[in-house]
Design a binder for this molecule. Structure first.
Ligand SMILES: Cc1cc2nc3c(=O)[nH]c(=O)nc-3n(C[C@H](O)[C@H](O)[C@H](O)COP(=O)(O)OP(=O)(O)OC[C@H]3O[C@@H](n4cnc5c(N)ncnc54)[C@H](O)[C@@H]3O)c2cc1C
Length: 438
């Protein structure tokens, strides 16, 4: 491959306290939290809306906000969920399902209500500039051209850890062999007769496999969520072997995922009740990504922490979703392993694990925090903390921590963690192990 050297002067268009890369659940929570602490914030996203997988990716539902006793994603997560419900943005019979256009508007409203936040959509980060361990500028590309933004603290809310990885933080990707969970092309369907849909639906995979409905025999079908009177949000089909950090791999997966939906359409129409007249309305504008980089931080949250319901002195929140690792390759054996983990690596009512501040501090970097799906964890813990309520918890903490780090020239290791916990608690965060005296 030949090389081409590229250098030019570009404007520094925004100079703020906190730059947030990526406006998914983690990035939005970080931006709101930092702005409410009085910081000037610049938030951008490559998509045409905020919300990441939950909007552009058409993920149709939230996983649990609570452990059955305690509201864990309290503070900004709770605010978003309550406002979405009040705006009619959840399904007709399920407060956890999502009407995507209402959700997009809610994010718009929440973000534009904060005077301190400047936003830009359809804006792609293409490079990171730094002086030693300090990130100095992000280079962004948008319709108006290429420009730079600078800040004192940077929050990586890209889900893939692009910012931290490009700045040199170590990361892990997938299992020992690099295999990752499959992606999914999110889908929205109309014409469903929900009064006839069986709950749980009676899967007829053996019949469908025998009749060659599917080109790949994959028994794991998360399914359809009711998101409107006749609408269903599909978490349907797996794109195996995708690497979200490589657009060539993502391109192949998008094309394959859209094609595979025709097989699922036939399956739903011919084998399941209530779906006979269903029609595909649209697919997600971005591939649904369950797993990508895990940025290695000062602490790596691990399976032992899940099993021990770990408590940390520096915890910024607690969460409880089961370990949910979709098999990286379809087979009966792999599906059985997924089921076994999903059934056994889960908590009873009122149980939860701590998330330490150190799992948001990328090694090798001083003024960067990582939030959301790509925090420092092993694969098991990513399989739990990756869902949206978990991302609100770490996003909110990143925003408040960024505000505190301003006093230390952006050094995220120089903040007083008790002050972080105090401010998070004041925002409503679930921090049962923090007390004002500690
Ligand atoms: C198919 C599927 C089903 C799921 N089901 C559920 C579910 O039922 N319930 C649940 O709670 N969770 C679910 N999840 C998980 C959850 O949606 C995601 O893990 C969560 O959204 C991650 O949040 P995040 O903010 O870390 O990243 P994301 O949601 O991925 O947001 C990251 C944002 O950063 C932007 N970005 C990335 N790189 C750049 C760049 N270089 N420049 C500019 N912008 C960039 C992206 O456009 C995106 O908007 C599901 C995920 C998938 C894929």
């Amino acid at each position: 491959m030949s090389e081409f050297s590229f250098a030019r002067s570009i404007p520094v268009r925004h100079e703020v306290d906190v730059v947030v890369a990526g406006g998914g659940p983690a990035g939005v929570a970080a931006a709101l939290a930092a702005a409410r602490q009085g910081c000037s914030v610049f938030l951008f996203d490559s998509q045409n809306c905020f919300g990441g997988m939950g909007t552009a990716g058409l993920v149709p539902a939230f996983m649990q906000f609570s452990d059955g006793v305690n509201f864990l994603a309290a503070g900004i997560g709770e605010e978003i969920h309550t406002k979405l419900r009040d705006a009619g943005g959840t399904g007709p019979d399920n407060a956890m399902s999502i009407r995507v256009e209402v959700f997009k508007r809610l994010y718009d409203q929440l973000i534009t209500a904060e005077e301190n936040i400047t936003v830009s959509l359809q804006t792609q980060m293409i490079a990171v500039e730094q002086q030693d361990a300090n990130v100095s500028h992000l280079i962004l590309a948008a319709k108006s051209g290429i420009y730079a933004v600078t800040g004192t603290v940077f929050v990586d809310g890209t889900g893939d850890g692009d910012l931290a990885a490009w700045a040199g933080a170590p990361f892990e990707l997938g299992d020992e062999a690099g295999n990752m969970m499959p992606g999914t092309v999110g889908s929205l369907w109309g014409g469903i007769d929900w009064s006839r849909v069986k709950k749980p639906d009676s899967r007829r995979f053996d019949d469908a496999f025998a009749e060659n409905v599917f080109s790949v025999q994959d028994r794991h079908l998360p399914g359809m969520w009711r998101v409107g009177h006749k609408l269903g949000g599909g978490n349907i089909g797996h794109t195996f072997g995708v690497d979200s950090t490589d657009e060539r791999s993502v391109t192949r997966a998008l094309i394959q995922g859209r094609r595979d939906l025709t097989e699922y359409e036939r399956y739903y129409k011919e084998y399941l009740d209530g779906y006979e007249d269903m029609e595909l309305v649209c697919t997600g504008s971005v591939l649904g990504i369950r797993e990508s980089r895990r940025i290695m931080g000062d602490y790596v949250l691990c399976l032992d922490d899940f099993n021990n319901r770990a408590t940390f002195e520096d915890e910024i929140g607690r969460y409880s979703y089961p370990v949910d690792i979709h098999a990286s390759k379809p087979s009966e054996e792999n599906y059985a392993k997924f089921l076994d983990e999903f059934k056994n690596l889960r908590y009873g009512r009122g149980e939860n694990y701590g998330i330490p501040y150190r799992s948001m501090l990328p090694r090798e970097l001083k003024n960067v925090l990582v939030a959301g799906r790509c925090i420092s964890s092993d694969r098991y813990m990513q399989g739990s903390v990756r869902v949206m309520p978990g991302c609100y918890i770490t996003g909110q903490a990143a925003g408040v921590a960024a505000a505190l780090a301003l006093a230390a020239a952006g050094d995220v290791r120089q903040i007083a963690v008790t002050e972080l916990q105090k401010r998070l608690k004041a925002m409503g965060a679930f921090l049962p192990n923090y007390s004002a005296e500690s």
